[in-house]
Ligand binder design. Structure first.
Ligand code: URA
Length: 182
C-alpha cells in the first residue's frame, strides 16, 4: 500500500518535494524504520541518502551487509519542516503505509526515538530499551522488533555507535549473512 502521489492525509504535504517511499528488498523480511525524510531525502525521493544514510551504510557494511539486502523506510514519508520530529498525528496518518511495509516481517528495527515511539509507544530514554529484542503489534500480528539508536545519534557518541553496530550484527544474524572477522 502506497500513498497517493498527491497524498494530503496530513500537513506534511505542504512542504514536501517528493514522497519518500521505502528502498531496498521487501522480500528480505528485515525492515529498518527511521524517523522521517530530511532535506536530501526530500529532494531525491529516497530514504537515508544524506549524512545519516552514509553512517547507516557504513554500519551495515561493517556487519557484512549492503542496504539493498534490507528494506529501509521511515515513520512518515514526507519531510517535516526544519527537520523537526514528526508529530503523533502525522505518524498516525502515515501508519497504514508503514504497516503494509512491516506486515509479515521477520525483524523490524526501530532507528531512534520517533520510530520507537511510533512502533512500541516508548517515550522514555533510548538507553532503557536499546538492543533489547521485543515484539510489536502490526495490524494484529506480533512481529519481532529491536529498538536502537538513530544513526545521527551516533556521530559524537561512542556508546551509541557501538550499540548501533551491535544491532547490525543482529540484523546480519537474521539474514544469515556472514560477518567478516573484525
Ligand atoms: N533520517 C531518517 O530518519 N530518515 C531518513 O530517511 C534520513 C534521515
Amino acid at each position: 500500500m502506497r500513498p497517493d502521489p498527491d497524498c494530503r492525509l496530513c500537513g506534511l504535504c505542504d512542504g514536501r518535494t517528493n514522497i519518500v517511499l521505502p528502498d531496498g528488498d521487501p522480500s528480505s523480511g528485515v525492515v529498518l524504520v527511521g524517523e522521517a525524510p530530511g532535506e536530501n531525502e526530500d529532494l531525491e525521493g529516497r530514504p537515508f541518502v544524506g549524512r545519516s544514510g552514509r553512517i547507516l551504510e557504513g554500519m551495515l557494511s561493517d556487519a557484512g551487509l549492503d542496504r539493498s539486502m534490507v528494506l529501509i523506510t521511515n515513520t512518515v514519508k514526507c519531510r517535516p519542516p526544519g527537520n523537526r520530529d514528526p508529530s503523533p498525528v502525522e505518524m498516525a496518518a502515515c501508519r497504514p503505509f508503514l504497516e503494509s511495509e512491516l506486515r509479515g516481517a521477520r525483524l523490524v528495527v526501530g532507528l531512534g526515538k520517533s520510530a520507537c515511539r511510533d512502533l512500541m509507544g516508548h517515550t522514555g530514554p533510548m538507553a532503557d530499551i536499546v538492543n533489547r529484542p521485543t515484539e510489536i503489534d502490526v495490524g494484529g500480528t506480533m512481529v519481532p522488533f529491536i529498538p536502537t539508536y538513530h544513526p545521527a545519534a551516533t556521530i559524537y557518541n561512542k556508546v551509541s555507535r557501538a550499540e548501533l553496530r551491535r544491532t547490525m550484527d543482529m540484523v546480519a544474524e537474521v539474514l544469515g549473512a556472514c560477518t567478516p572477522d573484525l
